[in-house]
Design a protein around this ligand. Sequence first.
Ligand SMILES: Cc1cc2nc3c(=O)[nH]c(=O)nc-3n(C[C@H](O)[C@H](O)[C@H](O)COP(=O)(O)OP(=O)(O)OC[C@H]3O[C@@H](n4cnc5c(N)ncnc54)[C@H](O)[C@@H]3O)c2cc1C
Length: 382
Amino acid sequence: MPNHMWMNDDHIAFADTVKRFFDEEVTPNKDTWTEAGVIPKSLWKKAGELGILGATFPEEHGGLGLSRHFDAVTFLEQTKAGDSGWGVSVHNIAAHYITAFGTDEQKARWLPGLASGDKVAAIAMTEPGTGSDLQAVKTTAIRDGNEYLINGSKTFITNGGSADLIVLVAKTDPSAKGRGVSLIVVETENLEGFAVGRCLKKMGMKRNDTAEMSFTDVRVPLTNLIGTEEGQGFIQLMKQLPWERLILGYMALGASQCALEHTLAYVKERKAFGKRVMDFQNTRFKLAEAATKIELLASFCDTCLTELEAGQLTAEKAAMVKWWGTQTQCEIVDECLQLHGGYGYMSEYPISELYTDARVQKIYGGTNEIMKEVIARSLDID
Ligand SMILES: Cc1cc2nc3c(=O)[nH]c(=O)nc-3n(C[C@H](O)[C@H](O)[C@H](O)COP(=O)(O)OP(=O)(O)OC[C@H]3O[C@@H](n4cnc5c(N)ncnc54)[C@H](O)[C@@H]3O)c2cc1C
């Protein structure tokens, strides 16, 4: 399995803690939470106590002040443990809008609760009428005295049913396109006019309470605008999306490793025509291909992480790691499932969940077609 050259003793110790957390707190409860369609709030608190949620938040706001390498460790360990239903990545992404663009007062107000797990975060961009074309969002946040009056609806929101804090993408100037977009924090507790609709039934990620939500004359203070200037939301999104896309690259990597490990164990046990499935040349070649792709993806993710930390990760390279990483993940889990034969199709085998969970990776975080548009645009310059 890949050797991440940046991993020092601190990263290894952190990885041990996170791995133990998944082994002890998540894995034994997977079936119960899959049935419930939601992760209990108590898990967030436990993760907060271990420093998993706030690893990269500033120390003065309840975090550990560490580099993004530590978050990468978390997303790797989560997916290596075969989970992608717990929306910790979305919580992290939402919080990083506050760390990156929030005022000191906003950071002090919101980050400690997000680090401790007392508050769960979501990010609400997608609407029933628009997903890929973010500039076309219809949700409005109109100034009214010292408040914003919010109207609109969102869909497919990860952690939507349990979110205490939502980073909302809304138009503060509905007459403008991208320049009219702002990011506004909505705190959901006892919030009049805010409603969570159904938790959506999905083919994968069944432990996540992905939900619809509506805003009807919801009022929040003007001070909930992230940053100090309206109309900055689209730029803020563009600046943070490389991190979101790299997270999906690391999650693709961990899930691919998990699929390979389960498959290796299976094909060494299973017999056909008097020999182990592992002994067929086709099996050996498929596994060799998967192991090679995993090494390539790890190197690519690590390069992107180095560039991100140096402030040099471009939108197009982040798009490359997202589309290629998730495409590669889907190829690997498909081949791994095939090597399980009919058992791979049965829910009791982990490869089955890895397969259904993988599919959405090519869709959310910007579809892979949009990623290729971003890359092609960067090539189409004279
Ligand atoms: C499980 C799950 C969790 C999600 N979590 C969140 C969340 O937490 N927050 C959030 O805001 N959203 C979330 N989403 C929404 C997700 O980001 C969107 O589904 C995604 O951005 C695509 O938008 P859409 O579904 O409206 O598809 P559309 O934009 O309608 O796209 C339909 C198809 O057209 C293609 N297409 C669109 N435009 C172009 C173009 N210019 N060129 C070529 N092809 C194009 C797309 O690639 C796609 O194949 C989630 C979705 C799922 C399924």
